[in-house]
Design a protein around this ligand. Structure first.
Ligand code: PGA
Length: 272
């Protein structure tokens, strides 16, 4: 008998991987595995486990269509980015409004690859977060320091700036209603195989709660949903999730294959 003490969120960021046919194949295999995995099935039905997949835009509809109806309130689909305007002359962009219409529950905002490869700044990210709240779609806000910033002792300063800017125009009641999910993703840990240690990740996630509370004042609760991301895999997921202030994981590479994703699910549920 396995006792699950808190709800666990395992989110898979597929990045620019898995077009239509690979998405179909993934979910065929995923659904088969779920049928035979009673522990995961029960955890999903009891809302002790929530899964979300973030495929490329073109695969979102296929992914949505493949989720078995009995899990539609515990397995969700989201997008990896969106533009903050509702419509207009923004060639190549997709609006938050459009994602909402498509059926996305979540959208990743401010992923380090958006910040560092595509030059997204804190003000842009803050505008996107505001639009998400307006459109009632939950942003998964990524924040975290680069290796240089870590080595220069700037981690707290950097994450404080990122967090304060992102929630600046968001009301305390929206934050208390968990309308934003936070994902601490140290840039040096993403795709490198070098995860933060559970204790280091825990410290930053606890500090995140402190920063939000300091920023928003006494009516701010401390029970936001905070994920850790950066080289999460079967071998380290459980130790990370078991930390008091870590509610789940944002998983890149290890979410691309059903086997490795289920490896993480099983270890987090205590079935290794
Ligand atoms: P990774 O990616 O798990 O491959 O390190 C995480 C992310 O970019 O969200």
């Amino acid at each position: 008998m396995v006792l699950i003490l808190k709800k666990i969120y395992l989110f898979g960021n597929w990045k620019m991987n898995h077009g239509l046919s690979r998405t179909d194949n993934f979910f065929k295999e995923f659904n088969n595995r779920l049928v035979s995995n009673q522990l995961a099935g029960n955890a999903l039905k009891q809302h002790l486990l929530e899964l979300a997949f973030f495929p490329p835009y073109v695969s979102v509809l296929n992914a949505l269509g493949e989720i078995a109806s009995e899990y539609k309130d515990s397995i969700f689909v989201g997008a990896q980015n969106a533009h903050q305007e509702d419509q207009g002359a923004y060639t190549g962009e997709i609006s938050i409004e459009m994602l909402k219409e498509l059926g996305c529950k979540y959208v990743i905002i401010g992923h380090s690859e958006r910040r560092h490869i595509f030059g997204e700044t804190n003000p842009v990210i803050s505008a996107k977060i505001e639009k998400c709240i307006e459109k009632d779609i939950i942003p998964v806000l990524c924040y975290g320091e680069t290796l240089k910033e870590k080595e220069d002792g700037l981690t707290i300063k950097v994450i404080e700036e990122q967090l304060k800017s992102a929630v600046d125009n968001i009301s305390t009641s929206d934050l208390n209603d968990k309308k934003i999910i936070f994902a601490y993703e140290p840039v040096w840990a993403i795709g490198t195989g070098l995860s933060a240690t559970p204790l280091d990740a825990e410290n930053i996630c606890r500090t995140t709660r402190d920063i939000l509370k300091d920023t928003k004042g006494s009516s701010m609760s401390r029970d936001q949903i905070i994920l850790y991301g950066g080289s999460v895999k079967e071998g380290n997921a459980k130790d990370l999730i078991n930390q008091e202030n870590i509610d789940g994981a944002l998983i890149g590479g290890a979410s691309l294959k059903v086997d490795s994703f289920f490896g993480i699910i099983n270890s987090c549920l205590g079935q290794d």
